[in-house]
Design a protein around this ligand. Structure first.
Ligand code: SAM
Length: 284
């Protein structure tokens, strides 16, 4: 291990999930979804290629930054609902993103201080932020796993997960703005089903997904521009997004535009301003 890698490891090798771990290299020469999303959210962890693709996409969808914020705000509403009203005390958040305001553990632990949260992401740059993520005030616990949604079995068997979550008790599974990064050939439905099958009755799943349902041309452009930069973005229809819920009971109001899912305060004047479907479902 190089000196730099050793220093980097020392910086973040804390908490569960870091045993026998070596930091992977961060490739800043190609855009990456976590950093592009951070750019749209007004964060500070992005590089030239992330901003360049972010701006090209913004030309196709001028409201993209608002859309990212709406997606993020929904995440907070959904976690608050699960903690406050659905009795969920443990969360598995896959596709963590670069830490920003209102991270899952902060929202959950503000509602229920002893909530336990396991984050999963496959981006080394998110891993590099894991130390900040894992700080829990109070009795709650937060762990981080560097792993890939395409390998659900590895996630479920990981000691950081089994040491933090009790899979005999209901779990809140967060799949927020991640499924569009998997191509159909990678079987996203099968990967999600493997996770849903592993969770007990009373568990909930929270999903958002970008769609071309109300501006197909713009979304086609986004997918094509992303592909030119070696990034996968697969918009999906409402019917396709509903399939991810695996027949679990959708909470009211069902799969809706993200801004329309139980908004705080007044309903949005134009709920179709953010091209994401969103929903929360409960395992019977
Ligand atoms: C657009 S961000 C969403 C962040 C957060 N869930 C939110 O909605 O605010 C997508 C995240 O998923 C991660 N990701 C992408 N593909 C993944 C995969 N196959 N396995 C695990 N994480 C992945 C990216 O690194 C990024 O952090």
């Amino acid at each position: 291990m190089s000196e730099r890698q050793g220093a980097q490891r020392d910086l973040i090798a804390v908490g569960r999930g870091f045993d026998n771990w070596e930091p992977p290299e961060i490739d800043t020469s190609v855009p990456h979804s976590a950093r592009m999303y951070d750019y749209w959210l007004g964060g500070k962890t992005h590089f030239g290629p992330d901003r360049a693709l972010g701006e090209v996409i913004e030309q196709a969808i001028p409201s993209i930054k608002t859309m990212a914020r709406e997606n993020r705000t929904f995440l907070g509403r959904a976690v608050r609902h699960l903690a406050r009203e659905a009795g969920i005390r443990q969360f598995l958040d896959i596709g963590t993103g670069i830490p920003t305001g209102g991270n899952t553990h902060e929202v959950a632990q503000a509602e229920v201080p002893d909530s336990r949260v396991v984050y999963v992401d496959n981006d080394p740059i998110v891993l590099a932020h894991a130390r900040a993520l894992m700080v829990s005030d109070g009795p709650g616990e937060t762990a981080y796993i560097h792993a890939d949604l395409r390998q659900p079995e590895a996630i479920l068997a990981h000691p950081a997960l089994t040491g933090t979550l009790d899979l005999d008790e209901p779990v809140g599974l967060m799949l927020v703005a991640i499924l569009m990064l998997l191509r159909d050939e990678e079987d996203p439905k099968g990967k999600v089903a493997a996770l849903l099958d592993a969770l007990p009755s009373g568990s909930h799943v929270v999903i958002t997904h970008p769609t071309g349902d109300w501006d197909p041309e713009a979304m086609r452009t986004v997918a094509a521009k992303a592909a030119e930069s070696r990034m996968t973005i697969v918009p999906r229809t409402r019917a396709q997004v509903e399939e991810f819920f695996g027949g679990w009971e959708l909470l009211e109001p069902g799969v809706t535009p993200v801004m329309a899912w139980r908004p705080d305060g007044e309903p949005p004047a134009d709920p179709y301003g953010a091209y994401y479907w969103a929903g929360v479902a409960r395992k019977p």
